[in-house]
Ligand binder design. Structure first.
Ligand code: TEU
Length: 566
């Protein structure tokens, strides 16, 4: 039964290969670099590594634009290096989860080259081709087949002179969307997935997998005020055939394999109700999904306007997901990844209380019910990058937005740059800080994106042997999940939902009870959970040096404490 699912006890570590470790001095991380850090990962104690894309790619979106699904990009190494990585992970009891990007390919993938070659190409229907809007000059604004906005600015349509039609791309124009309505596309993807599983990988993190099924009519959506193209996503989020596709994928790829694989679907805008369906084991779709509700609470209309996050909103959201995926389904747990800012800068205090708040955030997250994901560098308490100029950015999302905002929309460049600051994706893409040497020990060459200037203060070498480091704290949390069934499988009850600064909950399993308290503020907080006897319970883990002799439940600035009884 589900209580025995291995991933309830597991912690997954995300490697963003470009920024992890560079072995050959070209300034870009690579597979040999990861292989060189396997003992670090084993020491941390994680159970699986999710590897962001290393496939052959023109790197328009750092590898999320794939031109060959069955080869490794020379930037990162070779297929043999990947085999060696799989072996090295397996030898240390860790799994490898590959990124699966099959909502779109690169425009340089042979499938797309064939598809765009002529209107009667045998692969024409593998992508979404549509004629210009009648009555408009093809290739001019307004002639697009519909009014959807791309995630990376502008319309989702690119005009192709050669055949006089447009193709759909939800992301960059170099990421044309595959047409999953076509059964040949689906068969080709399943064959590729089986090839990887035969090679020894242990599962997939599936990129924007809830966008696979579109409303085939591709209808215009309402425009919000001031919008050139519509950001309404209802034409493709959890479309009509999405469950059918995932069940088919399960039959064709996963059903014949043993237990021990991991499938997690990245799902922007997924609702809780849909997530229950995706992750209910009885429906044979996915093990878990990445939902986005809690990472959009500080958006003010869009990601380029940040508003203050209210802790009560965060608790209401995460608490609802804990509750909603309690009986059926399973949660993934994350504060950040390569698309989000650094957790400690966003939810904690990356100044005076950086270490305390990084640990508090980790403690609160990891003790929820679900599978925790650690994004590289978060286990060191790495922070957002103080980018000074648009030239320092590398992310296509940021660069396109800047061009559109300062161009067509006519906004002030300094204001646009300031607005990009807190939530942009480059914040989390700076190199992992391994030591206090040149380029943080990431590369002997010139890094593809600048290293954060705080590397002397924040680096792995300094934290490895230090008992009170953020890194050591993560190790402890991972060990606790492995050892304590109440963490892996206990039920979840949120406490103090209206408290503006304290995050509090209880987990229970078979007579064991765990109380988790986290202070999301720099002020002392009095805590009353309605059961004073908790103050006498044993402290399992805390983030202050004298946690074990704690006096009562009150919390000091950014304090975290969890107690177990009996
Ligand atoms: O991200 C999908 C996605 O919708 C967002 O999280 C995205 O980062 C967007 O910027 C939100 O504003 C996935 C990948 O994780 C991301 O790195 C890719 O760029 C994207 O898909 C396209 O493959």
């Amino acid at each position: 039964s589900r209580g025995r699912d291995w991933f309830h006890r597991a912690v997954v570590y995300q490697v963003y290969p470009r920024s992890f470790a560079d072995s050959d001095g070209d300034g870009i991380g690579d597979l040999k670099g990861i292989i060189g850090k396997l003992d670090y990962l084993a020491h941390l104690g994680v159970d699986a590594v999710w590897l962001s894309p290393v496939y052959r790619s023109p790197q328009d979106d750092n590898g999320y634009d794939i031109s060959d699904y069955q080869d490794v990009d020379p930037l990162f190494g070779t297929l043999e290096d990947l085999d060696e990585l799989i072996e090295g992970l397996h030898a240390r009891g860790m799994k490898l989860v590959m990124d699966l990007v099959v909502n779109h390919t690169s425009d340089e993938h042979p499938w797309f080259a064939e598809s765009r070659s002529s209107r009667d190409s045998s692969k024409r229907d593998w992508y979404w081709w549509r004629p210009p809007r009648p009555g408009h000059e093809p290739g001019t604004p307004g002639a697009e087949p519909n009014n959807w906005a791309s995630f990376f600015s502008g319309p989702v349509w690119e005009y192709d002179e050669h055949t006089g039609e447009y193709y759909l791309h939800l992301f960059s124009r170099k990421q044309p969307d595959l047409n999953w309505e076509n059964p040949e596309v689906r068969r080709a993807v399943y064959a590729m997935m089986n090839w990887w599983l035969d090679r020894g990988v242990d599962g997939f993190r599936m990129d924007v997998v809830n966008f696979l099924s579109k409303d085939p009519a591709l209808p215009d959506r309402p425009l919000a005020e001031g919008e050139l193209y519509s950001h309404d996503r209802t034409g493709y989020v959890c479309g009509p055939r999405i469950h059918e596709y995932l069940q088919e994928m399960h039959r064709e790829v996963f059903a014949a394999r043993g237990p021990g694989l991991l499938t997690v679907g990245e799902m922007p805008d997924v609702t809780l109700e849909e997530a229950v369906l995706f992750t209910d084991p009885a429906r044979s779709e996915l093990d878990m999904v990445f939902q986005f509700e809690h990472v959009n609470l500080d958006w003010d209309g869009g990601k380029w306007r940040r508003k203050e996050l209210r802790l009560t909103d965060l608790k209401a959201s995460l608490g609802r997901w804990q509750e909603g995926l309690g009986e059926r389904g399973w949660n993934s747990l994350y504060w950040g990844n390569h698309d989000q800012p650094r957790a400690v800068s966003r939810f904690g205090d990356d100044g005076a209380y950086r270490e305390l708040s990084a640990k508090m955030l980790a403690g609160v997250l990891h003790l929820h019910r679900g599978t925790p994901y650690v994004y590289q560098g978060d286990e060191l308490g790495m922070t957002n990058m103080p980018f000074a100029a648009i030239e320092d950015h590398r992310d296509i999302e940021v660069l396109n937005h800047y061009r559109e905002a300062t161009g067509a929309l006519g906004l002030d460049p300094a204001e646009v740059l300031a607005a990009i600051g807190p939530l942009n994706r480059d914040n989390a893409r700076t190199p992992v800080q391994w030591d206090s040497g040149p380029n943080a020990g990431f590369t002997t060459g010139t890094p593809w994106i600048a290293v954060n200037p705080n590397t002397a203060e924040i680096n792995a070498a300094e934290q490895l042997g230090r008992p009170d480091s953020v890194l050591t704290f993560y190790r402890e949390l991972i060990r606790l999940r492995h050892d304590l069934p109440v963490i892996a499988d206990g039920d979840f009850t949120m406490l103090l939902p209206d408290h503006e600064a304290v995050y509090a909950f209880v987990r229970r399993l078979g007579g064991h009870e765990l109380l988790v308290l986290g202070n999301f503020s720099g002020e002392q907080q009095a805590v009353d959970v309605g059961d004073p006897s908790w103050a006498g319970a044993r402290i399992l883990l805390g983030n202050y040096p004298d946690a074990a002799e704690a006096r009562g439940l009150d919390l000091r600035p950014w304090e975290f404490a969890c107690r177990l009884r009996p």
